[in-house]
Design a protein around this ligand. Structure first.
Ligand SMILES: N#Cc1c(-c2ccc3ccn(Cc4ccc(CN5CCCC5)cc4)c3c2)n[nH]c1N
Length: 241
């Protein structure tokens, strides 16, 4: 997968080249290019923003700079999917990550200030799929952190990136539930013992115990997820937990 990121703070995306994702890039599983949006400015101040029409707080990112940058970065046989983080975007979920992981190309546009002139998105949508997405109901200062979250969530789903692919299959949300608690050695730590069933070797009992803990945790922390589960997802035992 090829990923391009446009930002006025390229250094913000440096952590994407560390650890697991850095290894994926080295192994050619992911091709990541971060572009400085100011490379498409033509004035001495390399300006990218201007005052909002209609008044209001802050500044808005100019369409001309974005237009030229996207024309160049998105050029090619197959148009990429353009992803624009925004506080007003549709929720980015694990399902979104799964859909994006099937794309051959993604371009992320990191806005700053009060956002990007809407005509940039409207113009791009004439020639490629464009998604305005939000990573959560809180307000950030720009799109870079959101892009790092999305790139990590997508990249870990690419074949070969995770050492243990089963991990992605047992993610929280993969079966609609939060995952339950995990334990490792020692058996007792600060007088807290590992639940006996996990040391029993009884795989059916272990699977049941894990499902029960996932149901309990989801019920207490994210009842909204239970409300969206299809009826057949919960058996009679589940409903009794
Ligand atoms: N994903 C994601 C995001 C973002 C996000 C993503 C991209 C950009 C580009 C610029 N900003 C800053 C900003 C902050 C607030 C506003 C709203 N205005 C404030 C006063 C009148 C309305 C507009 C922009 C961004 C924030 N925030 N939260 C998320 N989950």
């Amino acid at each position: 997968m090829r990923i391009d990121v446009l930002t006025i703070f390229p250094e913000y995306l440096a952590p994407l080249r560390a650890a697991l994702l850095g290894k994926a890039i080295e192994r050619g599983l992911l091709d990541l290019t971060v572009h400085d949006l100011r490379d498409w400015t033509h004035d001495v101040h390399r300006s990218v923003d201007d005052s909002p029409y209609g008044g209001g707080p802050g500044m808005v990112m100019k369409p001309q700079v974005w237009g030229e940058a996207l024309d160049e970065v998105c050029a090619g046989e197959v148009p990429p999917r353009l992803v624009v983080p925004s506080p007003a975007g549709r929720p980015f979920t694990q399902e979104t990550a799964r859909q994006y992981a099937t794309e051959s190309r993604l371009v992320f546009a990191c806005g700053r200030y009060e956002g990007i002139d809407q005509r940039v998105i409207d113009d791009a949508a004439r020639r490629m799929p464009v998604d305005e997405v939000s990573i959560g109901d809180y307000v950030l200062v720009g799109g870079e952190v959101a892009v790092m979250v999305m790139v990590e969530a997508v990249a870990r789903l690419l074949p070969g990136v995770l050492g243990n692919p089963a991990s992605a299959e047992q993610d929280s949300f993969s079966d609609g539930l939060l995952e339950g608690p995990s334990y490792t050695r020692p058996e007792v730590w600060r007088e807290l013992a590992v639940p006996e069933v996990l040391r029993s070797g009884n795989h059916a009992a272990i699977a049941r115990w894990r499902r029960d803990r996932a149901l309990e945790r989801t019920f207490h922390r994210r009842p909204d997820l239970l409300a969206t589960l299809p009826d057949q997802a919960l058996d009679r035992h589940d409903r009794a937990v």
